[in-house]
Design a protein around this ligand. Structure first.
Ligand SMILES: C[C@H](C[C@H]1O[C@@H](n2cnc3c(N)ncnc32)[C@H](O)[C@@H]1O)NC(=O)c1cc(-c2ccc(F)cc2)cc(O)c1O
Ligand SMILES: [Mg+2]
Length: 214
């Protein structure tokens, strides 16, 4: 049967990227998406903004929602200090399989734990399963209508502390209007919008950074 787009992306990484080099894995995926097949990775333009926020926060605990093929997982993990706890959640098992192989090709398998399941089920288990008390940095890149229920879940589960940073992809395209309205109208968040474009296109998109004020 025909391969899937994530499987073709993995083949491109295994063929074109140097094992153990996160930069070459990132470049191989961007090349694949620009010259072979578009895919919903955060991409290079928004990825550079992601890099700058991760570097600025220098987090000790990180959560990513929506691993997909592991492109942003590799971008984040390559910047983390040793000993950082990094968890990424993905509920499509086929994507989990591809992501683990792409992360391993980059040599970052010891920096991150890819957990199969849905954010709604797994967020309440973070403390008991992974010994996390609060997250310093959270990257939201899963179903766009899950952003709002999941930020409320973070609050309810006490997973945010004063200064926790949330960065949300696709707040314009496909869009997360209810999430934007919530964080921008809440006195508990300080927000900044980073204008950019939908990965590998000229379509308007952007990232919203929200700092929890406690
Ligand atoms: C949602 C996907 C990313 C992944 O997230 C996993 N997932 C989902 N819900 C959960 C959960 N609740 N828990 C754990 N994992 C979860 C899934 O299985 C995908 O692998 N991302 C997108 O759909 C996405 C789409 C576009 C896009 C933009 C313009 C177009 F014309 C078409 C598509 C751009 C982007 O930048 C995206 O990020
Ligand atoms: Mg995205």
């Amino acid at each position: 049967t025909r391969s899937t787009r994530p499987q073709r992306m993995l083949k491109a990484v295994q063929k074109n990227a140097t094992k153990g080099s996160p930069e070459s894995v990132i470049s191989a995926i961007d090349y694949f998406c620009k010259h072979s097949e578009w895919a919903m990775n955060v991409g290079d333009e928004k990825g550079s903004i992601l890099d700058s926020v991760v570097t600025e926060v220098n987090p000790s605990t990180v959560l990513e929602l929506g691993t997909y093929c592991g492109y942003s997982t590799v971008r984040i993990a390559r910047l983390l200090s040793p000993g950082t706890k990094f968890i990424t959640l993905e509920f499509n098992p086929a994507n989990v399989t591809v992501a683990r192989q792409i992360i391993a090709h980059a040599g970052l398998q010891d920096k991150v734990t890819v957990v199969e399941g849905s954010s709604g089920d797994l967020i309440p288990q973070m403390k008991e399963r992974f010994g996390i008390t609060t997250f310093d940095f959270i990257f939201l890149d899963h179903w766009k209508d899950r952003y709002l229920p999941d930020i409320k879940l973070f609050e309810e589960c006490g997973l945010l502390r004063k200064g926790s940073v949330l960065l949300a992809d696709n707040v314009i395209c496909p869009g997360a209007p209810e999430y934007l309205e919530y964080v921008r109208n809440s006195p508990r968040y300080e927000n900044r919008y980073y204008p950019a474009h939908l990965e590998y296109t000229k379509v308007e998109d952007g990232l919203e950074k929200s700092v929890f004020l406690g």
